[in-house]
Design a protein around this ligand. Structure first.
Ligand SMILES: [Zn+2]
Length: 496
């Protein structure tokens, strides 16, 4: 529903302030002001999705844009060139930092306000959504005084938040921490932060060379984008510094591949790399209104294959006045890779990708993004649909994981069922009945253990006695959704 303002009587100053306060209260990440030949459309990005917010009539359009340009320190007489600005102030009762940019379009200037929300990273590493198992791995990685720890993911996957949270944990008076960033997204007391300015030649590599002469203990490099930065990062680490950085890849394996494709000495890279944290963001189920429904055959098979557990029911989005379609906020799905001696050797020796994949994922210690995501589904933090949306089926699975891949694509649940009884893949060995009469692999045992811990923690009983659905429905059909809907309605009625 669009927000209405009294454009005839309300001062533009107040309207802009209210819009920003609204955005802050809705935890929006961006506000877009889109000019059309007549009106100005205002949209907000909330939990990653851009949605309509208000329509500003033509008479106020120009003044509203000008007001934003004034408070963000832009030149109001210039409207033909793009500009950057910033707003700092209290909106909606919170101290907020904003980055503003304007772009001249054919219909006028488009302004986007990026709201930098620091509240999350300031709460620390424990609130990043890491499972207990992954949190312990990260804490161990950052306790070592040298090495490179990389956080990877697409733009907007919360990489900076993770890095700042780690820095916050390491930030003690006995450490000299220097960062080089583009841009500096958050200023933290006790850190020495450098802003890259490529227009005057102050690039990552240039700053890094100077940082090394500043007696650093810990160095944070905003992003490794080029070979030279990668080389300096590796050298800094092997000369006894802890280096944190981010890289734009989608999982642990691709990160190693990307780094080895760069012009960096492989044996140094193998020595330097300590850990990789890959992450993606999934929408979080609103805890106020989430409901439950029976799991589909498809979901049961995928969860069985990925986690080695049987589920009967899953949590599902419902929707209430405190959330958006049953979701509120986002949660990170992570894959934390501890670089073992075997992996270090493999990097040094240019081991082929499929062999490297085995070392990375078949060591019984790495919980994949899919596994971490599904654990969070089973525990009601997010939904199965969300995890399917963020998993990259082609990129995230190897040649020997065809079955799981097929199960995910929903291509052949029947086929998978048959092969589950024949082939002895670790996750599907001889299940006479589905109630744990199989021999779990090491990887599976770990996952089962993790799940038990989770379940105990959450007090969640997996074997909810939900009604059985017909066995011949393979994948989601409208018919099934209707059944689910009816089921949810019944559940909700019963709860009341
Ligand atoms: Zn809700």
């Amino acid at each position: 529903m669009l927000r209405e303002f009294d454009y005839d009587n309300q001062a533009v100053v107040d309207i802009v302030n209210e819009m920003i306060a609204d955005a802050v209260n809705k935890s929006a990440s961006d506000i877009h002001f889109d000019p059309t030949p007549t009106i100005l459309k205002v949209r907000m990005r909330i939990d990653g999705e851009l949605m309509d917010y208000a329509v500003v009539p033509e008479i106020v359009k120009k003044n509203l844009t000008t007001r934003i340009k004034i408070i963000s320190g832009m030149n109001i007489t210039e409207s033909r060139m793009p500009q950057d600005g910033a707003i700092k102030g209290e909106f909606g009762g919170k101290d907020v930092d904003m980055r503003v940019s304007s772009l001249p379009l054919v219909n006028g200037e488009k302004v986007v306000i990026r709201i930098l929300d620091y509240s999350m990273s300031l709460q620390g590493i424990e609130t990043l959504g890491l499972s207990d198992y992954n949190l312990q791995k990260v804490l161990k990685m950052i306790s070592v005084p040298n090495g490179i720890i990389l956080t990877t993911g697409a733009t907007g996957s919360g990489k900076s938040t993770t890095n700042y949270s780690i820095l916050k944990r390491l930030n003690t008076p006995d450490k000299n921490i220097i960062t080089v960033e583009d841009p500096v997204e958050m200023q933290i007391d006790g850190l020495n932060q450098v802003q890259v300015m490529s227009e005057i030649g102050l690039n990552f590599a240039e700053v890094l060379r100077s940082i090394l002469r500043q007696d650093p203990d810990i160095i944070m490099i905003g992003e490794i984008r080029d070979d030279e930065t990668a080389r300096i990062a590796v050298r800094a680490s092997i000369t006894g510094h802890l280096v944190l950085s981010t890289i734009h890849t989608n999982n642990s394996l691709n990160t190693i591949e990307r780094l080895t494709d760069m012009d960096v000495e492989r044996y140094l890279l193998g020595t330097a790399l300590t850990g990789i944290i890959s992450q993606r963001l999934a929408k979080k189920l609103c805890p106020k209104c989430r409901g439950s429904r029976p799991a589909t055959e498809y979901e049961k098979i995928v969860i069985k294959k990925a986690l080695g557990i049987d589920v009967q029911g899953l949590y599902t989005p419902v929707g209430c006045n405190e959330c958006l379609n049953g979701y509120k906020g986002r949660i990170a799905i992570q894959e934390v890779l501890d670089i073992t001696t075997e992996i270090k050797d493999a990097i040094t020796n240019s081991t082929p990708k499929e062999e490297l994949r085995k070392l990375v994922y078949d060591n019984g210690k790495t919980q994949t993004l899919l596994q971490d995501g599904l654990n969070k589904v089973v525990n009601g933090l997010t939904s199965f649909e969300e995890i399917l949306r963020i998993i990259d089926i082609e990129e995230d699975f190897g040649e020997d994981e065809e079955e799981l891949k097929n199960a995910l694509i929903g291509r052949s649940v029947e086929l998978t069922k048959q092969s589950m009884n024949k082939k002895s893949l670790p996750i599907s060995s001889n299940q006479e009945n589905l109630n744990m009469s199989f021999q779990p692999s090491r990887n599976m045992q770990n996952n089962m253990m993790m799940n038990q811990n989770y379940n105990q923690m959450q007090g969640f009983n997996n074997q909810m006695s939900l009604p059985q659905r017909s066995q011949n429905t393979l994948i989601n059909t409208p018919m099934m959704n209707q059944q689910m809907y009816n089921y949810n309605q019944n559940m909700m009625m019963n709860q009341r």
